[in-house]
Design a protein around this ligand. Structure first.
Ligand code: AQP
Length: 332
């Protein structure tokens, strides 16, 4: 089976609809056909300051949500990044084969560091993409299912794998992006020029899976649309409605074309009302499932322990090979 790696940061109290449709849902769907490694990337999380107690809790909540969404530890490997030292070890190697200019072109760093001034950003935030490359290459992953916002980082991972291979000899599989066109970029409901994100200035456009269903329904009903009346998919002129149609189609199973037909002659209010109900019913039991998993921390720890063991065993030969290729003396 082809190998897949992906990760999610434990940096919020709940996944949002973008995380779910862009990434997590695909991980669940890929479990049988792919050998999946899914990681709570706590080391990525500390590229911005975290409160230790909150981070600890959010790592558990992230894993519980992955299980509640349908990841099955019998069919995939679920683990915590900091439990496998190889990530940080290989990240250093990646740092040393990345050009400073090349890293400086990463738009996520530019955007995130611009928020508080580049001088306030950590070096860790700058080297985030090299840690991500290490995460992926350490497991010889063939595919990386992520949202569109990670495409540039993934390109860098591919470049670094190719660079290492051509300098030091074949070592890493060159990973391919696995980005679903229709759901790779879910937009903010209030600002459909930007992706849905937990760090948006306002939470009004953010649908969190663990939030009060009433709050989510209200946010959908207040989503920004346009001055026309027609329910039509047109991303350029009608980004708000197009985003709602994308979300609707992803959750409902009908295609965007079918939805356009079904809503011909209806107003925006009808579409929003039905979508609000669909979101609420889709995630109706999600919170309960997540809480039930969190109520059994020993089971969660056992899943982490098993996942880490398998991940370490897979990572070790690749790290050894990379070290050897680089000319590091074997540790005896
Ligand atoms: N809006 C989105 N549409 C589709 N996919 C998305 N992802 C994130 N936002 C969207 C994908 O979710 C996965 C986990 O991402 P992460 O842990 O890096 O979370 P994030 O990118 O930190 O999420 P946010 O909310 O966007 O946080 P900030 O604002 O801090 O960057 C990834 O596969 C990502 O592509």
């Amino acid at each position: 089976r082809p190998r897949v790696f992906s990760g999610i940061q434990p940096t919020s109290g709940s996944f949002h609809l973008g995380n779910y449709l862009g990434a997590v849902r695909n991980w669940v769907a890929m479990q049988d056909e792919f050998d999946g490694l899914y990681c709570v990337v706590d080391q990525h999380a500390i590229t911005v300051e975290q409160d230790p107690a909150v981070l600890r809790r959010r790592s558990q909540v992230a894993a519980a949500q992955l299980l509640a969404a349908g990841l099955d530890p019998q069919r995939c490997t679920l683990f915590v990044q900091s439990h496998v030292p190889g990530h940080a070890q290989l990240a250093w190697v990646m740092n040393c084969i990345t050009g400073f200019g090349e890293a400086s072109r990463m738009t996520q760093f530019k955007d995130k560091s611009a928020r508080h001034g580049v001088g306030a950003a950590t070096v860790g935030l700058f080297t985030y993409p090299m840690l991500m490359a290490a995460d992926i290459l350490l497991y010889q992953a063939d595919y990386v299912p992520v949202g569109e916002d990670q495409r540039q980082h993934l390109e860098l991972s591919r470049d670094l794998a190719q660079r290492f291979n051509s300098r030091y000899g074949e070592t890493f599989v060159v990973p391919k992006p696995y980005i679903i066109k229709d759901t790779g970029k879910i937009l903010d409901l209030q600002d459909p020029a930007s992706k849905m994100s937990k760090s948006a200035e306002s939470e009004a456009g953010l649908i969190e899976l663990l939030a009060d269903p009433k709050v989510n329904a209200k946010k959908i009903k207040s989503a920004v649309t346009d001055a026309e009346r027609e329910i039509r998919f047109d991303e350029e002129n009608k980004p708000g409605i197009s985003n709602l149609l994308r979300i609707y189609a992803a959750l409902d199973g009908r295609s965007i074309k079918e939805l356009e037909r079904a809503y011909a002659g209806h107003g925006y209010g009808d579409l929003k009302k039905d979508l609000a109900e669909l979101v609420v019913s889709t995630f109706g039991a999600f919170k309960e499932r997540t809480e039930a998993i969190l109520a059994e921390p020993d089971k969660l720890d056992a899943i982490f322990a098993e996942g880490a063991q398998r991940a370490r065993a897979l990572a070790a030969p690749t790290l050894d090979l990379a070290y050897d290729r680089l000319g590091f003396l074997p540790a005896v």
